[in-house]
Design a protein. Structure first.
Length: 321
């Protein structure tokens, strides 16, 4: 019967633990003891009002066997000037007021409510104190280095200052930036070597093709220019006058047309050397591969960042435990 009655409570506590780990609060931490799921230790950040600013306050939560249908009890282990030490505090969310407790509430709701009660007056409630603001400031300063003898958690480590968290994150990002730059330079060197090798392999045939058309027009242009000069000397011979003019015309037409054909063919052959620059887009293949590699590296960087943050959270969690 005992195991059956505690089963819903254990399921609820495990669910709340998973929720706190997946969505942690910057204002508090809470986790069960290693050997007792029904006793948790928590650390809360002092509010800015009432002399609690900068304070870190540690305490215990003791859950009943029929939780969440009955509220838990809260005890403070760090001197704070608002609640007594090692004594159940009397609030609407604690075991002193079962009539006001709601099963829908949980650890997150209760700890948030306790933080909001800190700046209020105790007014003689059980477990409450009304120390002066100066006394509370002294307690807040001392509470930062306090270490729990039961769970070993140090308040300042459980809830570090936001500036410390920001500096750790910045150092991690800078380290990743240096790594990315180094990998980028290495990839640039590889890309240049690959491009140089492809350019060297493509220029040799291009120059061979370019030499053939460039030399052929020059060699063909010489006889083309000389042919009209020599043939007009042979055409003025007065032998064909007895024949018709139509017989003389075919003799003169081929020499005059041949230079024209050669001159018109030379532009088409001279355009051959221009073809190799048109093959330049083929050299962009390494660039496309490099872009894909950069995208892959960015995905790896995102994974590394996520892994670093998970490791930091994991270390903080086990340090709290």
């Amino acid at each position: 019967m005992a195991a059956t009655s505690r089963s819903p409570a254990m399921k609820r506590l495990m669910k709340e633990l998973a929720e706190l780990q997946s969505d942690p609060s910057p204002e508090f931490t809470a986790a069960p003891l290693e050997d007792n799921l029904f006793e948790w230790h928590f650390t809360i950040r002092g509010p800015a009002e009432g002399g609690f600013q900068g304070g870190r306050y540690h305490g215990r939560i003791v859950f009943p066997a029929d939780y969440p249908f009955k509220p838990p009890d809260f005890y403070f282990l760090t001197q704070n000037g608002r609640f007594e030490l090692n004594k159940k505090i009397c609030l609407s969310i604690t075991g002193y007021h079962t009539e006001t407790w709601r099963p829908a509430w949980g650890i997150r709701t209760a700890l948030t409510a306790i933080i909001s009660f800190f700046p209020t007056k105790g007014e003689g409630a059980i477990g409450s104190l009304d120390w002066t603001e100066e006394e509370r400031k002294v307690c807040a300063l001392k509470s930062r280095t306090w270490t729990c003898p039961s769970c070993g958690s140090r308040n300042e480590d459980a809830l570090p200052d936001e500036s410390v968290v920001a500096s750790v994150k910045l150092e991690a990002e800078e380290g990743l930036g240096i790594l990315v730059k180094a990998e980028g330079k290495a990839e640039d060197g590889k890309g240049r070597e690959a491009n140089d090798g492809k350019v060297d392999g493509g220029v040799a045939p291009a120059t061979g093709d370019g030499d053939a058309p460039t030399t052929s027009p020059t060699s063909s242009s010489v006889p083309a220019s000389q042919a009209p000069a020599e043939q007009p000397q042979s055409t003025p011979v007065p032998l064909p006058p007895p024949s018709t003019s139509s017989a003389a015309s075919p003799v003169i037409a081929p020499p005059s047309s041949q230079p024209d054909l050669r001159q018109r063919a030379t532009p088409s052959t001279s355009t051959a050397p221009i073809a190799p620059p048109q093959a330049a887009p083929a050299l962009s293949a390494p660039q496309i591969a490099r872009l894909r590699e950069i995208q892959r590296q960015k995905r790896q960087i995102d994974i590394i960042l996520l892994a670093i943050f998970l490791i930091i959270g994991y270390l903080l969690f086990w340090r709290i435990l």
